[in-house]
Design a protein around this ligand. Structure first.
Ligand SMILES: *[C@@H]1O[C@H](CO)[C@@H](O)[C@H](O)[C@H]1NC(C)=O
Ligand SMILES: *[C@@H]1O[C@H](CO)[C@@H](O)[C@H](O)[C@H]1NC(C)=O
Ligand SMILES: *[C@@H]1O[C@H](CO)[C@@H](O)[C@H](O)[C@H]1NC(C)=O
Length: 360
């Protein structure tokens, strides 16, 4: 066993079998599907909402995006799933007033899907507190040994004082969650942030300043320069230069390098038969290259649902020189309580709070 293999929340196992790919590509889409009940909110989208939802699902199948995060997927959810053919899909959390409107469909499987409600909401405009909005988390298995933590979110809307306070809190809540649960991991955050860089009190930059993530729109379309003036998009947008409140952020890890290669507003690919829009938001697609590091590899996860997430990856990747192991220590009785690893240079790495699993 190499030191580099013990890096994950639970014990990493050696991978066996055929040689896995060491690089590849995938794409993601974020789309607010405007699925509030028609009598309550038309979303300024003409046509019948059920028909439009079926059309959205059919486009999901046709274009085959690898990971799609939806927001406002409330009351027409079943119509989207009727025509969408992605093999992995989250079950709905309910219509408006009950659910969060957040769902994901993907070509990849995942583990540890969870929904988290915002700590703060505001009724100042848009009655955001009427439905339990928030964010979702899942650990997506893009390929053998390629895991990416994927977050979907829909923050508080509006620009009244209470909205600004709530939205700043919502974004901070996700950033703090990433620090705790995605430490050391590759991460994608994409969804409806209701934010623009010019809404400075939102502090949307928290994902770069606190979590070390990159916005592919800023990177690829804006030459790395965060805008200080607002450029509102038409819908459908004919340019990628304008800014929407729907956003994508990403970072790689010492195991998986991620690089955004393309950013585009997909609005002109999401139209009704008569040319009308299907959503009041421009959907966004981003393409990524991934490649595995030459130094670290990660197995699949296993273990019980208890304990606290930890990783030794930041420690290990911060070391120069050999990661040779000198000692592996197990502590336990009827169950395994701790696994430790000591490197040849004396660095001691030790798990605590291992899940209660009987020793075999
Ligand atoms: C927002 O409005 C709803 C419905 O009137 C109410 O139940 C809720 O308590 C309000 N929440 C806040 C934070 O004002
Ligand atoms: C993405 O991968 C392709 C194929 O390997 C390569 O040509 C391209 O330079 C890569 N782009 C980035 C930004 O890494
Ligand atoms: C995460 O998923 C793994 C693999 O399915 C599972 O063993 C573990 O119990 C899950 N952890 C939590 C906290 O649910």
């Amino acid at each position: 066993m190499r030191a580099s293999q013990i890096i994950s929340a639970v014990l990493a196992t050696t991978t066996t079998g055929v040689l896995a790919a060491t690089s590849g590509t995938f794409d993601v889409l974020t789309i607010n599907v405007a699925g509030l009940p028609a009598i309550f909110n038309s979303n300024d989208v003409p046509g019948d909402k059920a028909t439009n939802a079926r059309t959205i699902g059919a486009y999901f199948s046709e274009y085959g995006y690898d990971i799609i995060n939806m927001q406002e997927d409330f009351n027409y959810h079943a119509y989207i799933y009727e025509t969408d053919a992605h093999p992995f899909r989250t079950p709905t959390s309910g219509g408006a007033a009950i659910g969060s409107g957040l769902n994901t469909v993907a070509n990849f499987d995942w583990i540890n899907f969870s929904r988290t409600k915002w700590n703060t909401c505001s009724n100042d405009s848009g009655a955001d507190c009427l439905t339990p909005k928030g964010f979702t988390f899942m650990r997506v298995n893009v390929d053998d040994g390629v895991w990416v933590d994927v977050y979907n979110l829909h923050t508080d809307a509006g620009t009244a004082a209470g909205d600004l306070t709530a939205r700043n809190s919502n974004l901070q809540q996700v950033a703090d969650y990433i620090d705790t649960w995605s430490k050391g991991n590759a991460v994608l955050v994409f969804g409806d942030t209701n934010s623009r860089y010019t809404r400075t009190s939102d502090q949307i930059r928290v994902f770069s300043t606190q979590n070390g993530m990159t916005d592919p729109w800023v990177q690829l379309v804006r030459g790395g320069v965060v805008p200080t003036t607002e450029t509102i998009c038409a819908n459908p947008s004919t340019t990628n230069y304008c800014e929407t409140v729907d956003k994508v952020f990403y970072r790689g890890s010492p195991v998986v390098n991620l690089a955004a290669t393309e950013f585009s507003y997909e609005s002109s690919k999401f139209l009704q038969a008569d040319g009308n829009i299907l959503s009041d938001h421009n959907p966004i697609r981003v393409n990524f290259n991934w490649s595995l590091s030459n130094k670290f590899r990660q197995s699949n996860y296993w273990g019980g649902p208890h304990g606290t997430w930890f990783t030794d990856l930041p420690t290990l990747s911060g070391k120069s020189g050999s990661l040779k192991t000198s000692k592996i220590t197990f502590r336990g009785g009827s169950r395994l309580d701790s696994v430790g690893l000591t490197l040849a240079d004396g660095t001691a790495l030790r798990t605590e709070e291992l899940a209660a699993r009987p020793l075999l």
